[in-house]
Design a binder for this molecule. Structure first.
Ligand code: 13P
Length: 254
């Protein structure tokens, strides 16, 4: 089953805008066949409760875009895995490149977040990917190896098999520049090799690997189908349900 994750980022600025999104999303969901895909919407945390209450469908789960690594306490401004889980969410994005870039988040912090997510039965969607400069210097593989080995430290094989990886090259996020399907395939093979080494083949096969970065319906063949990805992580195109469902429909057919 393919996974299609929408990352709404810091959008839907008012309750009115959010409610319009619900209406349009529900209409698209009703009009579309989505039997073969799992949709996940990672929404601003302030909207988590309304999304889990208003969107009730087997095909759609809700997730947060971040969590803190502690479960509770004096951490002003943070939200915790138990809070997210108690609102009915099932997923959390962890280590997104925008968190790394604007808040200096590290893979070691992602490791703690992955552990607390799993403890609270949230599926972590862990983001990895190289910057433009790292790619140009030929360091992409090394960067990804490090991002995985730090984030998976102390994670058992049972835990690892529940984690979703999103390969999001930083240079592709928000840029409308996408890698070729061969480039994506190369990274997918690299990730599988790392997981085979860490956990063996049966576990490596269970870890889903998504592609993210400037995903659009016209590009689904290139970024998902051809490289044999397990799904996509969609930013801007998830903000208009009609565009998002174009992606859903194409992946559902394949
Ligand atoms: P865009 O699809 O807007 O490039 O964003 C990708 C992303 O960061 C998803 O997490």
């Amino acid at each position: 089953m393919k996974l299609i994750v929408g990352n709404l980022k810091m959008n839907l600025l008012s309750t009115a805008e959010r409610d319009r999104y619900f209406e349009s999303f529900k209409k698209e969901l009703k009009d579309s066949k989505v039997g073969n895909v799992q949709i996940v919407l990672c929404v601003p945390s302030i909207h988590l409760e309304s999304f889990t209450k208003k969107i009730k469908s087997k095909s759609v789960e809700i997730g947060s875009q971040n969590i803190f690594w502690e479960e509770k306490g004096s951490y002003t401004g943070e939200i915790s895995a138990p809070m997210v889980a108690s609102l009915g969410a099932q997923y959390s994005i962890i280590g997104h490149s925008e968190r790394r870039r604007y808040f200096g988040e590290t893979s070691a912090q992602a490791n703690m977040k992955i552990k607390v997510a799993l403890k609270n039965k949230l599926t972590p969607i862990y983001c990895v990917g190289e910057t433009k400069e790292e790619k140009e210097n030929g360091d992409a593989a090394q960067v990804i190896i490090q991002q995985i080995s730090e984030a998976f430290a102390g994670i058992s094989s049972t835990q690892a098999s529940k984690i979703v990886i999103a390969y999001e090259p930083v240079w592709s996020v928000g840029s409308d520049i996408v890698p070729s399907s061969d480039e994506i395939l190369e990274i997918k093979i690299l990730l599988k090799k790392i997981f085979v080494e860490l956990y063996g083949l049966p576990v490596a096969e269970k870890i889903s690997v998504l592609y993210g970065g400037s995903v659009k319906s016209e590009l689904i063949n290139q970024v998902c189908i051809e490289p044999g990805m397990d799904g996509v992580l969609v930013g801007r195109e998830s903000l208009v349900p009609r565009d998002f469902f174009k992606i859903v429909k194409i992946i559902n057919k394949n």
